[in-house]
Structure formats: structure tokens, C-alpha cells
Design a protein around this ligand. Structure first.
Ligand SMILES: [Zn+2]
Length: 163
């Protein structure tokens, strides 16, 4: 039964079928048996491992694999999970704050790819805001720490029509 559902996620489930669900007692995804349906949706399930009965909690695998298009609610949950996996930009922020403290008196220069920048200069970028040159990579690239991210930007680019 579970195999049939896996291959054909659009087939209608009915009471007595097996369904993967998160079990609040086992605290993981286990095989459940459907106990009650509401409007063709699984409502109550019973865990085949610990026999506890609870509301159906679609597993992540089920949300990803079995639903051709996630419902709006599932999409929101998935989005939240994706976002929570992205680490907050702590490193650039901390470095940026240090720079800002140390270089409080330095007047930021407007960012211009044709200019040359030196280490520890403050730069004002139209998109990324206030940044500080952490490293000169080579004659044409600088690493700049902005509040939200570290960027490698172009410098010393010949102005058009100059060469
Ligand atoms: Zn269980």
C-alpha cells in the first residue's frame, strides 16, 4: 500500500492505508495507518511503531516527494525551513562593526570601479552601503566588508574611452 502511494502520490488515500507522518511520541518520521479522513485529506493517524494516535503531520519527505505542488501552508513551512538553514551573516557583521569602530573618523569614498583603493579605506557603495577594504587582492580587485556580506569588487578599471 505504501509503495502504491509512493509511486502514485495523486491516488486518493483512504482509511486503513499507510502514510508517512511525523510521530510526536517517536519524535521522528514513522509509518502510520490512516484512522480518519476529512474531505479526502488524512486527518488522524496511528503510529505503527508506538501505537499512539494523533493528527496527521506530513513528513518533510512526503511534502517534498509526494505532493506535486506543495500547498500554500506547506510552501510557507518549507520556506521557513530553508531560511532557518541559512546561517545569519554574523561574521561580516562582526568584522564590519569592528571596522566601523576603528575607522569611525575615516570619511568613506564613493565606490567607483575605476578608482584605486587601499586597505582600511572606507567605501560608500550605492547598493551595499558602507564598507571597509579588508584586503587588496591584486591590482584590479579588493575585498570589501559590508554590513551584510563580504564582496570582492573591481578597482582600477580603465574608464571607457580612456585607452
Ligand atoms: Zn510513534
Amino acid at each position: 500500500m505504501a509503495d502504491r502511494l509512493r509511486r502514485h502520490p495523486w491516488k486518493v488515500t483512504s482509511v486503513g492505508d499507510e502514510a508517512d507522518s511525523i510521530c510526536p511520541r517517536c519524535k521522528e518520521e514513522t509509518i502510520h495507518r490512516v484512522v480518519a479522513m476529512v474531505e479526502s485529506k488524512i486527518h488522524l493517524v496511528i503510529c505503527t511503531r508506538c501505537n499512539s494516535q494523533h493528527r496527521y503531520r506530513p513528513s518533510l519527505a512526503a511534502m517534498r516527494k509526494k505532493t506535486p505542488l506543495p500547498s500554500e501552508r506547506q510552501a510557507r513551512v518549507l520556506k521557513k525551513l530553508e531560511e532557518s538553514k541559512t546561517p545569519p551573516p554574523k561574521e561580516p557583521l562582526r568584522v564590519w562593526e569592528n571596522f566601523r569602530e576603528i575607522l569611525a573618523e575615516v570619511k568613506p569614498l564613493p565606490y567607483d570601479p575605476s578608482e584605486e583603493y587601499k586597505e582600511h579605506q572606507a567605501v560608500d557603495h550605492p547598493t551595499f552601503g558602507l564598507g571597509f577594504v579588508r584586503r587588496v587582492i591584486d591590482a584590479s580587485k579588493v575585498e570589501i566588508v559590508f554590513e551584510r556580506e563580504v564582496k570582492v569588487l573591481v578597482m582600477n578599471r580603465p574608464r571607457s574611452g580612456q585607452e
